[in-house]
Design a protein around this ligand. Structure first.
Ligand code: OSB
Ligand code: MG
Length: 368
């Protein structure tokens, strides 16, 4: 394939609800959408999961635009690409900036699958026809509100509840949740809000039979997490700390976690996600697919990746209607009984809705 043209768009969409984590709240979701066209006019789509501010990691929508415009897109345009795995090598001269790279790589994978006439899931080697999904619930004003939200999603059939925690919104909150929902598959995500000094607090979570605690310690740490994992019963799952296959290998070697959350953008794309998946499978480390409050395009990529066999735990990719009044794909992502049916159309398997994309576009630019 030869990518002949790329259009980059900055979109702004209002989420149905404000989302609060240990590092802050937001409701307007701004992100980049990339459309690439091959020599035959086949379009592939990618979404940047970088946020407006650098609170999750160091990348932002503006740094992604800069990286894409000045380095990533010029490196890919007009180059003969035989397989999407080659994108990693082509872009390897660029340090980090994984979310920017992944935006382009996702579009190349989509084109590749469309050229072959197969679903992206199949192109990646995935076999599942349906995937299990859970839900991630932000920090609420009151425990009462949290319980009501959980009740609603349990009734909708979501397969596990993930509750965001931070110091002061943790042990007592989880105790109440457990008391009201004794059997629900439950986990907590701290988004790096604790330090090893807080070990007693983290130990106190052991009594709630959590599936895991996600990223309790610093966002760049795998050493203290190994110490912590030895002291607590709850399995540690790493999110922010894993940027690559090498990070995953080291974390497994050190015993820093028992589970890994794979986010395509955070690790630089689908090829690297697949490598991490395969490594974890070899080491009996279960994985699941994290979410970044994506629009339908990013959601479609997550669904395809989750069809790989070692994605044995429910992911965070909920249905479109949880986040958006109107998503930008047709059909929207629908969750039934906690399951998403994997599309069987070529590529990402959902049609971008051009009218809505235009409606939410703040700025766009094309490169050829
Ligand atoms: O830590 O997994 C996270 C949202 C934004 C940034 C980081 C995270 C999250 C979520 C929500 O947990 C996942 C989703 O619903 O897309
Ligand atoms: Mg997380």
């Amino acid at each position: 394939m030869i990518v002949k043209e790329v259009t980059l768009r900055h979109l702004k969409m209002k989420m149905k609800f404000p989302f609060t984590t240990s590092f802050g709240t937001f409701q307007d979701k701004e992100f980049l959408l990339l459309e690439a066209k091959d020599e035959n006019g086949i379009s592939g789509w990618g979404e940047s999961v970088a946020f407006h501010s650098p609170w999750y990691n160091e990348e932002t929508l503006k740094t992604n635009w800069h990286m894409l415009e000045d380095f990533v897109i010029p490196s890919i345009l007009n180059k003969e690409i035989h397989h999407p795995d080659e994108v990693v090598d082509i872009l390897s001269y660029i340090r980090k900036n994984n979310m920017a790279k992944s935006t382009m790589e996702g579009a190349v994978w989509d084109i590749f699958a469309k050229q072959q006439g197969i679903p992206l899931a199949y192109a990646l080697g995935g076999e599942k026809k349906q995937i299990e999904v859970g839900i991630s619930i932000g920090i609420q004003e009151t425990v009462q509100e949290l319980l009501q939200i959980i009740d609603r999603y349990v009734n909708e059939g979501y397969k596990r509840m993930k509750v965001k925690i931070k110091p002061g919104w943790d042990v007592e909150v989880m105790r109440e949740v457990r008391r009201h929902f004794p059997n629900v598959p439950l986990m907590a995500d701290a988004n790096s809000a604790y330090r090893l000094n807080d070990i007693e607090r983290l130990k106190a979570l052991d009594e709630f039979d959590l599936m895991m605690i996600e990223q309790p310690l610093a966002s760049d740490d795998i050493v203290d997490h190994a110490t912590l994992q030895k002291e607590i019963l709850t399995p540690v799952c790493l999110d922010e700390s894993i940027h690559s296959y090498e990070d995953a290998r080291k974390a497994i070697e050190l015993g820093s976690c028992k589970i890994i959350n794979i986010k395509i953008g955070r690790v630089g794309g689908l090829t690297e996600s697949k490598r991490i998946h395969d490594l974890c499978q070899k080491h009996d480390i279960p994985v699941w697919c994290g979410g970044m409050l994506e629009s339908g395009i990013g959601r479609a990529h997550n669904i395809a990746l989750t069809t790989l066999s070692n994605f044995v735990m429910p992911g965070d990719t909920a249905g479109s209607s949880r986040y958006w009044d109107q998503d930008i794909i047709e059909p929207e992502v629908v969750v039934e009984d906690g399951l998403i049916t994997v599309p069987d159309k070529p590529g990402i398997g959902f049609e971008p809705n051009q009218e809505r994309i235009q409606q939410f576009t703040v700025y766009k630019k094309s490169y050829s």
